[in-house]
Ligand binder design. Sequence first.
Ligand code: ZN
Ligand code: ZN
Length: 656
Amino acid sequence: MQEERKTPEMRAQMTDIERLRHSTAHVLATAILKIWPQAQFAAGPPVDNGFYYDVDLPHRISPEDFEKIEAEMKKEIKANHPFERMEVSRDEALELGKKGRLAALSDRDQPSKFKIDIIENIPVNEKISLYRNGDFIDLCAGPHIIRTGNIGAFKLTNVASAYYKGDEKNPQLQRVYGTAFKTKKELDDYFAMLEEAKKRDHRKLGKELEIFVLDDDVGPGLPMWLPRGAAIIEELEKLAKETEFAAGYQRVRTPHIAREQMYKKSGHLPYYADSMFPPMSIIEEGKRHEHMELVMDRTRLQHELETGKWNDPQTGDTVDAYEERNRIDSKIDQLSERYYLKAMNCPHHHKLFAAVPRSYRDLPLRFAEYGTCYRYEQSGELFGLMRVRSMQMNDAHLYMTPEQFETEFNAVNEMYLNYFKLFGIEKYLMRFSTHDPAKLGQKFVDEPELWKQTEAMTRNVLKNSGINFVEVPNEAAFYGPKIDVQAWSAIGREFSIATNQVDFAQPRRFDLRYKDRDNVDKIPLCIHRAPLGTHERFIGFLIEHYAGNFPLWLSPEQVRILTITDEPQLLDYSRAVLNELRSHQVRAEIDTSTDKINGKIQRAEQMKVHTMLVIGKRDMEANAVSVRLHGKGNLGAKPRGEVIADLLSAIKERRA
Ligand SMILES: [Zn+2]
Ligand SMILES: [Zn+2]
């Protein structure tokens, strides 16, 4: 795939930290040239969490070289050279390139070949600029920080290979990665976070804690949930059902598949086809014979295609075989019906809205379903629970009159905020994507008034609720403004977990209507929302957020009873405690193995069981249990009734 060129507008949006990191890339190139003056550089942009520079060099750079390169970089930073911008004409830039002076410390024998290619691809109306720090001059649109000395702390992290412009027909370059921060402390915190993130990796913990598995026979990207994972799912669904019920939602159920025609109506086909699993073709029973004959005709034709011509046996006419094949194909098409696995729940829900005549009195109507969807993600994109091909979504579609929009949207927002509070998500950001009036009718559905109205109302709600949001113009969905929610886990890793969209195109495509007060048919507005995202992504997030130490209510195993000896009387008492807990729906287990108590505790700690009840003879005689909390240690003996009552109220209140 070709890498996209950044427009000047995109560059102007570079954040402070991106400028700092991109400037560090220039310093990296400077250092590499001091060691290997013949190095040729291609592109050196900032990326998530750092920067890279692509370099063409006979010497293979390895991490052993980093110290040497970093030492040169430090000299350049210490010299505190200013980053000077110079605007030049295209010819001047090319002249410098021919002399090998671009991305170089001086003129060289070899031209700056990649930079010349880049100049040749700069649109004619775009200004060409150079940036200089010390002896180093680079072709660059900027922007940069003021001086090299402003780079507080940096580190080279990795070297990989990459094709020039991401195209495998082009030469292979070495991509040197690094990161930079304003201060040494920020840099240290970042690497400490990466260390911690490795320990919390949901793929690692998901396996150790027996939460989910991916199995090759089932298929890539199709996670299965072990009982411990299913327990978390049950709790999340219970939470969603209770919350949504209280907010006036109604639950619906829909199948996992639908006919092709529905996705044509929704507009997902053909545009979204690449993201859907290929369709299943089904031939009606009475038509199988006819179908088979057509398929045989088609196979015969396929052979004829080598000559390009085909004689019609009846008329003797020469018919173009391609044309004939298309004719057979369309006949085959008519005999078969295609079904798709659903990639989204909206069309099914719209059908439920349309199933009953609706009046303004029925609105707002809120349909909720933990819907299972299937998306055909490229295999290279699949990643643990974060990028999967089957997903269960905390979905709902809200249908309303325009007057009801603000209240409904506000309520949805409140729901997000309450969930964040419950899960201890302290840092989050809502990216509010709006339309560009210049692109109405092309990139955005042509409803200027609705766009203006709903965007203004959405902006108002976001402002009034004091929510942390940024507005991103020109990135709305085709059919309305949208909000992407990013959340940061306890250790500062970023996840996108949910979206919230306003839709005024689909209700029209599905011809959804309600009778308004004036007895005129109107089209409702629709909000798509999924605050808990999908089980897959949300649980992946929670595993890393909690490092597997789930709060009691979410714990796959809430309580484990550990008996100190295996005397029959003690076992009876312990089982009675177990049964009492289970009768209150507490996920409790018992370890009656003959191991020593310390071994039992160790095993329970390993599985991060929330509460351990250690039971010995003295506990039994006092009708008590000794409580031990995972990671917190022994809390001592307490009356059995009190302990159980405490557990039940903590679970009920979903206490952290
Ligand atoms: Zn630059
Ligand atoms: Zn939807």
